[in-house]
Design a protein around this ligand. Structure first.
Ligand code: ADP
Length: 169
């Protein structure tokens, strides 16, 4: 069941997303996942077809690196293509996703079922967003930053700085 010749059962989870850019909502899910797993791999989707991305995959990884510098038990990767295909390289069989609203649920449920049918070893774990973070999304944060308002309550300092530079505020 476990790859890379691992004999002991380690709980390795993957938290995939666009992280364009990372927000306190993402950070909250990562921090709450850490006590549940031996390792949480944060997988930044490169997705070359997503032309709307504000930050390059490298920029997104670098922001996450800065944010998670003091956080043990995480690993950062980028991926393209099917997530389940790269999970076995890391011995991971759990996908973590955050749920904010009921509207997230329909798509997330479909993805979870598809991923499980592509690889029966893969399970998806949903973490319910903290009420004070439910309205925080990468896309809204970008909109608000673009319009010149302060987004520091919603994103860690390195992200606030990067957004300011992008929009030359
Ligand atoms: P994707 O494009 O894959 O949805 P995102 O970077 O937007 O990538 O989100 C990655 C994951 O983080 C998703 O499961 C999403 O529901 C979750 N997420 C995003 N914002 C929040 C938040 N404020 N609170 C909790 N979970 C969140």
């Amino acid at each position: 069941m476990y790859c890379n010749g691992m004999s002991e059962k380690r709980r390795i989870a993957v938290y995939p997303g666009s992280f364009d850019p990372p927000t306190y909502g993402h950070v909250d899910i990562i921090k709450r996942s850490l006590p549940l797993f031996d390792k949480v791999i944060i997988a930044v989707l490169e997705n070359p077809s997503k032309t709307t991305a504000l930050f390059t995959p490298n920029e997104r990884v670098n922001m996450l690196k800065e944010i998670l510098t003091e956080t043990n038990g995480t690993k950062l990767i980028t991926f393209k293509g099917l997530l389940v295909d790269c999970m076995s390289n890391f011995g991971a069989n759990v996908i973590i996703r955050g749920l904010r609203f009921v509207s997230d649920f329909e798509y997330e449920m479909q993805m979870a079922l598809m991923n499980h049918s592509l690889d029966a070893r893969v399970e998806t774990v949903f973490m319910v967003a903290r009420p004070e973070r439910t309205f925080v999304s990468s896309s809204l944060v970008k909109e608000v930053a673009k319009l010149g308002r302060d987004i520091s309550p919603f994103v860690p300092p390195p992200v606030a700085k990067a957004l300011k530079e992008k929009f030359a505020i």
